[in-house]
Design a protein around this ligand. Structure first.
Ligand SMILES: NC(=O)c1ccc[n+]([C@@H]2O[C@H](COP(=O)([O-])OP(=O)(O)OC[C@H]3O[C@@H](n4cnc5c(N)ncnc54)[C@H](OP(=O)(O)O)[C@@H]3O)[C@@H](O)[C@H]2O)c1
Length: 164
């Protein structure tokens, strides 16, 4: 499973169940990377999408502890164990963990790769991605050229688990 996230300089990812920033080129990267693939998300992230609707042209899998939670177009799992059993059906590189904070943290141990769009700006946030620079078993393996969107400076980065 591969993590994919857009973070600010403090690894902030959201506030009030919404994103901190929207960069069209990053949204395109996310869409192109995940289209035709499996996306795994928390119930709050699903509900942050317009109309709470699943992402088009992708297999949408949602984690919720509520056994009666259901939504058209998504498959719900109530715990990590049953989710991981389901994910065995798919090639590892075709499954993307798309957030939010609780689900990134929960699924990090089952991921070997993270595609991180890192913005140099700091925002007020209430949801964070784990700081991979502080985790000894993760390292940066790729950094793009500097990208800009108006006055925002950002990089597309790849992190990988060491020894993988
Ligand atoms: N920048 C980015 O790349 C990015 C990407 C995605 C999301 N975000 C942001 O992240 C924020 C949302 O993050 P969040 O942490 O509040 O919510 P979240 O991770 O999207 O969803 C949390 C919910 O998932 C369910 N859940 C989590 N772990 C579970 C487990 N082990 N088993 C069963 N269910 C589990 C629970 O649902 P129930 O309450 O139904 O039990 C929990 O309340 C928003 O601000 C969003 O915009 C940012």
């Amino acid at each position: 499973m591969i993590l994919i996230a857009a973070v600010d300089r403090n690894w902030g990812i959201g506030k009030d169940n919404s994103l901190l920033f929207r960069i069209p080129a990053d949204q395109r990267f996310f869409r192109e990377t995940t289209t035709g693939k499996v996306v795994v998300m928390g119930r709050r992230t699903l509900e942050s999408f317009p109309g709470g609707a699943p992402l088009k042209n992708r297999t949408n899998i949602v984690l919720s502890r509520n056994p009666s939670y259901e939504k058209k177009g998504v498959t719900v799992f109530n715990d990590t164990e049953s989710l991981l059993t389901e994910l065995e059906k798919y090639p590892k590189d075709s499954v993307f963990c798309i957030g939010g904070a609780a689900v990134y943290k929960e699924l990090l141990p089952y991921c070997d790769r993270a595609l991180i769009t890192k913005v140099e700006e700091a925002y007020e946030a209430d949801a964070y991605f784990p700081d991979l620079n502080k985790l000894e078993d993760w390292k940066v393996t790729e950094v793009s050229e500097e990208q800009t969107c108006f006055d925002l400076v950002y990089h597309f980065m790849t992190y990988e688990r060491k020894g993988k």
